[in-house]
Design a protein around this ligand. Structure first.
Ligand SMILES: Nc1ncnc2c1ncn2[C@@H]1O[C@H](COP(=O)(O)OP(=O)(O)OP(=O)(O)O)[C@@H](O)[C@H]1O
Length: 255
């Protein structure tokens, strides 16, 4: 469920406001994320989606509002604390190091003493391509490989919530399908998902519910099936039809 309360709520955001100077970037956002029900947030460029993610992670100060994670008030917690509590973040653009290898990226995060479910070997099991590219520098990876590495790095922190900002941006269609399948598996494995997507097909495939963000506000929560079958709604809020899968014309980069 996107709104209301549930004993299984893992993330509860109430009336969140974020400003850049005197401009609103997020306005009165309220989100209740159930651990078992992935939620996608869609919207055109510049509507405040990345700002929302950064505020949830504590990377931006909030003007007002509260954030709770599994009943703990995290509104004033540091980004590090939020990560330690179990919120994983895959930021837009992946933010990898050009001069570190795949393996070094993962070893930087992995804690061999932690008893978490995720180890480097398990990351390589789900992404065999990354294993093949373990000695390659961040700079040398394709878009899809970078995305896998960014997801792998987030998983090594053993999150129980994963926030992903445009996970399929710039990926070739075959890689997009792989990312969708992975997200569905992670959800089935018990990881809560909050997915920011410009690719409406992906948003609808991964989550049963979708929040539509317009000018910083989440103006509507809908079952994915409703948005999928309502071209007027897609046109009104996103400026597209579902067959045109992106809310913004973009050229998928080949691998
Ligand atoms: N550091 C910043 N300083 C000032 N304004 C900003 C800053 N970052 C973003 N904005 C503005 O805040 C608004 C929301 O931006 P944001 O990046 O959150 O939107 P978005 O929906 O994620 O867009 P995109 O899909 O292009 O990533 C936009 O008007 C943007 O220009």
């Amino acid at each position: 469920m996107a709104t209301g309360t549930s004993p299984r709520s893992c993330l509860k955001i109430q009336d969140l406001n974020v400003h850049y100077g005197s401009s609103y970037a997020v306005q009165n956002a309220t989100i209740v994320l159930d651990a078992a029900k992935p939620l996608s947030i869609v919207g055109r460029n510049g509507m405040g989606k990345t700002t929302l993610c950064n505020a949830i992670m504590g990377l931006l100060p909030v003007t007002s509002g509260t954030l709770e994670f599994h009943g703990i008030d995290i509104t004033s917690r540091s980004p590090d604390d939020r990560a330690k509590l179990g919120i994983g973040y895959v930021p837009q653009g992946r933010r990898l190091f050009r001069s570190l290898t795949t393996d070094e990226h993962l070893r930087l995060i992995a804690n061999p003493k932690a008893n978490g479910k995720w180890t480097i070997e398990r990351i390589y099991d789900i992404f065999p391509r990354l294993k093949e590219r373990r000695t390659h520098l961040g700079d040398e990876l394709s878009g899809g490989e970078k995305q896998m590495l960014a997801i792998g790095r987030a998983l090594l922190l053993n999150p129980n919530l994963l926030i992903m900002d445009e996970p399929t941006e710039g990926l070739a269609p075959v890689i997009v399908e792989q990312v969708v399948t992975l997200l569905q598996k992670l959800s089935a494995d018990g990881i809560a998902l909050l997915i920011i997507e410009q690719n409406l097909q992906v948003a609808l495939q991964v989550a049963d519910h979708v929040g539509i963000m317009v000018n910083g506000a989440i103006v509507e929560y809908l079952p994915s099936a409703t948005l999928a079958t309502d071209p007027d709604l897609q046109q009104r809020h996103l400026g597209i039809g579902v067959n045109n899968t992106s809310t913004q014309p973009k050229t998928a980069k080949a691998l």
